[in-house]
Every structure is written in structure tokens, then in C-alpha cells.
Ligand binder design. Structure first.
Ligand code: ADP
Ligand code: MG
Length: 339
């Protein structure tokens, strides 16, 4: 008799969900990225109890056509790539077709959505991976996702959650990074009925930095704007006087995607080394634009890791760009910042 058995689909889905959705903040990241991919100019994130009881994400993006809805919640179903070649040129934030399936397998999900072509919208309920209802409803163009009782059927994961306040601060951080990465999108974040962040969507990264980090940091910013070789770098770095004992001030994006990379950390830290004390980390809010052939974002289900075709070249270019700004070689006149 064999001891090996193929797991049933519901178990497979729950295991897979664990990789993408570690905590409520991961739901927020996935759903906001979907809203960005849908071309939204306005995204509202509302949570209760640190996202454990309710996460509501509203966007004014393209909506999901009625006939596509059940498919959107299937694993490996995506409108963003068609084949493995497309992985070389991923322009969207999503492409793995996992988020909705994962979230729906471990929560109670309600979707209200309407495309521009449809006269009425749809309200769709799915719970623990099982479709509950689908009905017509009047609603504006765009999508609203309501995620209730995350991890209700995965007690191990639920136990591992921190206090609602801590979970809410993780969500806050995610929304902040996403807002900085897309200054042309207006974001609103509400936690337990309190507005924690509002960005106007006027395209100014500096305005968002002011909103999040305040005046003291905003007045110590240096502008980075440089195109060289394979990378173009745009954004702000803090003068060396602005520093922290950890990397929480170091934010950067690759082609608008919030990632973490030891190569980039090292390039930034080396550039600052002559100007800062040991174990102090600078402030950055930078976007690196790199040709998609130079990077691989399909490293991990959360897409927070990235692999570079030639990390040494990228390291050198980033180091040099920041070094030049810090030594004042690349002086870009500051526009007076109005409060
Ligand atoms: P992926 O983003 O990798 O394609 P998801 O599971 O996150 O996979 O989403 C599945 C599909 O559902 C997407 O490819 C997209 O077509 C659709 N979708 C999800 N969220 C939205 C949204 N907010 N607006 C429009 N379409 C959406
Ligand atoms: Mg997605």
C-alpha cells in the first residue's frame, strides 16, 4: 500500500495561498497592485482591526467583465501574460494569476465591479474558494473588493498574526510605499474609520514624502535625475544628516515595483559611507527604470525579490549616481518647497 496521496484541491490552494498571503498587508499589496494594473487613478484602502475582520479596496479602474469573474478567481488565471516569452517583458505588476485565488481560498470575499461597456455591474461572493452568489447590481465603473475574516479557515496562520495595531501599521507601510511609487494615483488609507494617509495624485513625489515623513525630512532632500547605461534613476535622497538605525527610510522601486534587493542596498550604503556614521542608514525614495530584459521578477510568489541580468553593472551605476549627487558634482537646483 502506498503512503503517498495527491492532496485535494482545497488543501493545495490553502498551502499555495500561504506563500502569497502571509498577513493582511499582503492582501492589500496584491489588491492595490491589481487596481494599479487596472489603470485606476483613485484607490481607497479601508481596514478594520488591522485588516483581520475587513479589508475594503475600491478603485476606479477598468473593472472585470461579468463573464471573466469566476475565472479571475482561479489559480494561474491572468489577463496580463499569455506565455513564457511574455515573462521577459512584464510591464504589469501582476502576472502570476495567484492573488485572487489565494485570497478567496482563505477568506470571505465580495467583489462589486463594472466595466465601461456594461450597463449594470456585478456583485460576486466567494468564500473558502467556493462560489456563493453572482447577481447584477448598480455601481460605478471600477472594482471594490471586500475581504472579510482573513484566515478564518487556516487557524495556524490566524494565530501567527500580531495585534490589530501592529497589522495596521504593516498595512500603512505598504500603502505608503505604493503611494510613493505611483504619485499620479490618488490614495486614501482609512484604518478603523480614521484617515491615515491621503495623497492627491498630482504626480509630486516630494508632496507624498512631505505627507508621510514630514517637514524635517522634506527640507533635507537632494534630487536625483540621471540616465546612464541600462538604468535611469529618478527621485530623492536625504542629505547624510537624515539617517536611521535601520533601513526603514530606504525605499526604492524597479520600474515602479516596490522591491528589496541586497545589491541595491549595498550600492546606496556604499555611496553614503564617506558621509555617515557606521550602522546609520539613509533616506531614499528612488525609482530605477531598467529594460525589462535586464531583470527577472519571477523569483518569489510575492514578487518582492528581483534578479538582475548583471548586478555588478547596476551596482556601479547606482553607486556612481548617488555618489555624484552627494559630493555635489551633480548639482540640481532645488525648487523652493511650499508648505
Ligand atoms: P494577476 O494580477 O497576476 O493577473 P490576480 O489573481 O491578482 O492575478 O488577478 C486575476 C485577474 O483578475 C487579473 O489578471 C485581472 O484581469 C483581474 N483583476 C483583478 N483585480 C482587478 C481590478 N481591481 N480591476 C480589474 N481587473 C482586475
Ligand atoms: Mg494580481
Amino acid at each position: 500500500m502506498s503512503n503517498i496521496m495527491l492532496l485535494d484541491q482545497s488543501t493545495i490552494n490553502k498551502i499555495a495561498a500561504g506563500e502569497v498571503i502571509e498577513r493582511p498587508a499582503a492582501v492589500v499589496k496584491e489588491l492595490v497592485e491589481n487596481a494599479m494594473d487596472a489603470g485606476a487613478s483613485f484607490i481607497t484602502v479601508e481596514v478594520k482591526e488591522g485588516g483581520t475582520t475587513l479589508i475594503r479596496i475600491t478603485d476606479n479602474g477598468c473593472g472585470i467583465p461579468k463573464e471573466d469573474i469566476p475565472l479571475a478567481f482561479k489559480r494561474h488565471a491572468t489577463s496580463k501574460i499569455r506565455n513564457v516569452e511574455d515573462l521577459l517583458h512584464v510591464a504589469s505588476l501582476g502576472f502570476r494569476g495567484e492573488a485572487l485565488a489565494s485570497i478567496a481560498s482563505i477568506a470571505q470575499v465580495e467583489l462589486i465591479t463594472k466595466t465601461g461597456d456594461e450597463l449594470v455591474g456585478v456583485r460576486y461572493l466567494i468564500e473558502g474558494g467556493e462560489e456563493k452568489t453572482m447577481e447584477e447590481i448598480g455601481c460605478p465603473e471600477g472594482s471594490t473588493f471586500l475581504i472579510r475574516n482573513l484566515f478564518y479557515n487556516t487557524p495556524a496562520r490566524r494565530k501567527f498574526l500580531k495585534s490589530p495595531m501592529t497589522e495596521s501599521s504593516y498595512i500603512n507601510e505598504v500603502v505608503e510605499k505604493l503611494a510613493i511609487s505611483h504619485p499620479q494615483i490618488s490614495f486614501k488609507f482609512i484604518s478603523n474609520n480614521q484617515t491615515k494617509l491621503y495623497t492627491s495624485g498630482n504626480g509630486s513625489v516630494r508632496d507624498i514624502i512631505y505627507q508621510i515623513y514630514g517637514k524635517d525630512i522634506t527640507k533635507e532632500l537632494l534630487t536625483v535625475n540621471r540616465e546612464e547605461g541600462i538604468v535611469s534613476i529618478e527621485g530623492f535622497i536625504g542629505k547624510p544628516v537624515v539617517s536611521r538605525g535601520n533601513r526603514s527610510y530606504m525605499t526604492y522601486f524597479i520600474n515602479g515595483r516596490y522591491v528589496k534587493s541586497s545589491v541595491i542596498n549595498k550600492a546606496i550604503e556604499e555611496a553614503y559611507r564617506p558621509f555617515s556614521m557606521a550602522h546609520r542608514y539613509p533616506f531614499t525614495a528612488l525609482n530605477f527604470m531598467v529594460a525589462s530584459e535586464w531583470i527577472d521578477v519571477n523569483v518569489h510568489p510575492t514578487k518582492m525579490e528581483i534578479r538582475f541580468h548583471d548586478s555588478q553593472v547596476l551596482y556601479g551605476l547606482i553607486y556612481e549616481a548617488l555618489h555624484d549627487v552627494l559630493v555635489g558634482k551633480e548639482f540640481i537646483p532645488e525648487i523652493d518647497f511650499e508648505e
